[in-house]
Design a protein around this ligand. Sequence first.
Ligand code: CAA
Length: 257
Amino acid sequence: MADQFILTTLEGPVAILTLNRPDVLNALNIPLMDQLIETMERLDNDPAVRVMVLTGNDRAFAAGADIKEMAEASIVDMYERNNLARWERIKRVRKPIIAAVSGFCLGGGCELAMHCDMIVAAEGAQFGQPEINIGVIPGAGGTQRLGKAVGKYRAMELILTGRFFSAHEAYDAGLVTKVVPNELYRDEAINIAKQIGEKSPMAVRFAKEAVLKAFEMPLSEGLDFERKMFYMLFGTDDQKEGMAAFIEKRKAKYTGK
Ligand code: CAA
């Protein structure tokens, strides 16, 4: 049987995906990433799941792409494998994904966390884009997404020096949603996921899509997109239920229709 690099459990509407290569600090080799992407796509199409939490273990979320897997590769090998292009499929997952980060969150690990919609970090977590220290640069979105999260001047320093930075620095810079005591990172991510799981699934998907558009579109087009998504929700039962429940002073029961 193939190694199981992704462990999946369900807590109500929340699917918890755990990266499972602990001996190598969850280094992201190609089989792990293939399993992760396939699992996310399967869960994205599973109506029982409304939110995903992606986590590692206490010592490492992930210490980056697997250096040993690529150390001897030629440019032709890298170009033909083109495995980093497959990460784009994570971007197309429509349900929210929350990264629950403890320990090392480096290189491709930091980039994987940045593919998620929120990052909940243990206070002892260490972030970094240290690729420059091994003669390369971030290759899974770090040069683009880190700058969008923390601004050009901080991203430039972090990427050019490759230094590690703390969860608190990541939070202050805008990379992290929330910093919690070390023992709570998983619980807090699941707690946020459960809150989202109680909302209208269509509204949640549209909200995620609209927020992400802000990073891809000029403002006027993003505003136009948002307005159309808002109007479209008036075609759902959940909008009728949500507004009726407000008026009738009761809790809404959303069906996803
Ligand atoms: N790839 C492959 N193996 C890795 C790894 C990685 N990214 N990170 C850690 N490991 C392995 C180590 O080789 C070691 O394995 P062995 O026991 O077989 O020697 C094991 O995990 C434990 O690691 P250490 O002994 O190094 O643990 P440490 O506590 O002394 O140091 C660390 C921890 C500072 C995170 C250190 O492991 C480290 O610097 N790792 C590499 C970080 C890095 O450079 N990441 C970027 C990778 S390139 C990338 O991600 C490209 C991209 O953008 C897509």
